[in-house]
Design a protein around this ligand. Structure first.
Ligand code: GLC
Length: 428
């Protein structure tokens, strides 16, 4: 049985939305605020009680994602702070108890209504649970608090708690298409999490689910998916973080490995009120195309604020991406790289008998369709305008008989400043 068969929808989707949201969003200094500022559970409690988000709308989020051509959403069910955005029987440290909302339910229902693939982010790490390592841990908020030195944690109690929460998430919300577990570090990986047992349960409850690789890896390490000897806890895709792998990702035998670059719009996952360094929409469109041209996905993050409002900069970016997707999304969805030499003006993606040339800068004398021969070209269309354009057949390109050029006509300006896509139907 091809154990990777579940990944077809994932690799066809190519583009997803990450949603990082929780009590930390109320503080507005990112999701690591407790660790960065050494906030204790007691320091954090006032924010837990003040977290009463009236503006959160799963429907709005899913609609924005759908319009932007995103085919799956990954929503934070629980981040490192341990606060659960779902109704769990394991603890009262959760949104149904404090603010009467099961936000995972709301997101699941909205995704299922829209036919949007539904994914959950779940932190393996828990800075609230008393049996998670504190003093001496690499990242815990109380890692250097002498009051916790020598504290007798019962880590197996924490594992029972964590596994039970994952069981609830895989049992109570209908189909879960993707589980984004996060993350392994130092000796906190694989069997420290009792990963075999956890994955067995997850895949039993959700047979079609797609898992990431962070039960044994994290943003910096890729784990056994690339070492050529995948295990049952390898996951189904590799998760490079805040970077697009220069050459895509293959295993030690050069075999393709599904991967997804997780990228923030500014520089924070969770809402950060002073971070206004948002990446321009045209850059994000080009980066998405770059991922696809390297056989990968891109998941793009939004971080709603403490009331549940999506930052206006993020909404504007998503709407600009939506406009491009509307006319050129077919050059992303269901597409992959080609192994052809990257053209100096852009990128190449493809599916079936179609090759998409992504023209990011204008060329003088025509657009060289690298990798193709003239006799292969059946039809060339500018995706945005649906205008058919000819193969260049003038003395200017006659000096390059081995190269086929698309004739863009007299106007030197490209129809789309972000990415003008030439759809080339080829004769196989
Ligand atoms: C890292 C960060 C975590 C974030 C995740 C998203 O693991 O620690 O805060 O949720 O990346 O990829």
């Amino acid at each position: 049985m091809n154990k990777y068969r579940y990944r077809k929808w994932f690799e066809d989707a190519r583009f997803g939305m990450f949603v990082h949201w929780g009590v930390y969003s109320l503080i507005g200094r990112g999701e690591w605020v407790r660790s960065n500022e050494r906030l204790s559970v007691e320091d954090y409690q006032p924010y837990v009680e003040r977290f009463q988000p009236d503006s959160f709308s799963a429907e709005t989020i899913v609609s924005l994602a759908e319009e932007a051509g995103m085919k799956y959403i990954v929503f934070t069910a629980r981040h490192h702070d341990g606060y659960c955005l779902f109704d769990t029987a394991t603890t009262d440290y959760q949104s149904a108890h404090y603010c009467g909302h099961d936000f995972v339910r709301e997101m699941a229902d909205a995704c299922h209504r829209h036919g949007m693939k539904f994914g959950l982010y779940y932190s393996l790490i828990d800075w609230h649970h008393p049996d998670y390592p504190h003093y001496g841990d690499r990242i815990h908020p109380q890692r250097d608090d002498p009051a916790w030195k020598g504290y007798d944690h019962n880590f197996s109690w924490y594992l029972d708690f964590m596994h039970e929460q994952v069981r609830e998430l895989c049992s109570n919300y209908g189909r879960v298409d993707l589980l984004w577990l996060d993350y392994s570090y130092d000796d906190m990986r694989a069997e420290t999490w009792q990963a075999e047992e956890l994955v067995q349960m997850i895949r039993t409850l959700q047979p079609g689910i797609v898992l990431n690789n962070r039960l044994e890896a994290s943003g910096e390490g890729f784990g056994s998916l690339v070492s050529g000897s995948p295990t049952s806890v390898s996951g189904d895709f590799v998760s490079p973080e805040q970077i697009i792998p220069p050459h895509g990702i293959v295993d030690c035998n050069g075999k393709h490995v599904p991967w997804e670059a997780c990228i923030t719009m500014n520089n924070h996952w969770g809402y950060c009120k002073d971070d206004h360094y948002f990446k321009p929409a045209d850059m994000l469109i080009r980066k998405l195309v770059e991922c696809v041209s390297k056989n990968g996905n891109m998941i793009l993050n939004i971080g709603p604020d403490g009331d549940g409002n999506i930052p206006p900069e993020s909404v504007e970016i998503l709407k600009e991406i939506a406009a491009w997707m509307k006319h050129s999304g077919e050059s992303v969805h269901g597409c992959h790289g080609t192994g052809l030499e990257k053209p100096e003006y852009g990128r190449i993606t493809a599916k079936e008998n179609i090759v998409y040339y992504h023209v990011l800068e204008g060329m003088i004398g025509g657009i060289p369709l690298t990798g193709l021969k003239k006799e292969q070209v059946k039809k060339i269309t500018v995706l945005k305008t649906d205008r058919e354009i000819p193969v260049s057949d003038t003395w200017i390109t006659g000096n390059y008989p081995d190269i086929v050029f698309a004739d863009m006509g007299e106007d030197p300006c490209l129809p789309d400043t972000a990415d003008t896509v030439l759809k080339v139907e080829v004769i196989e």
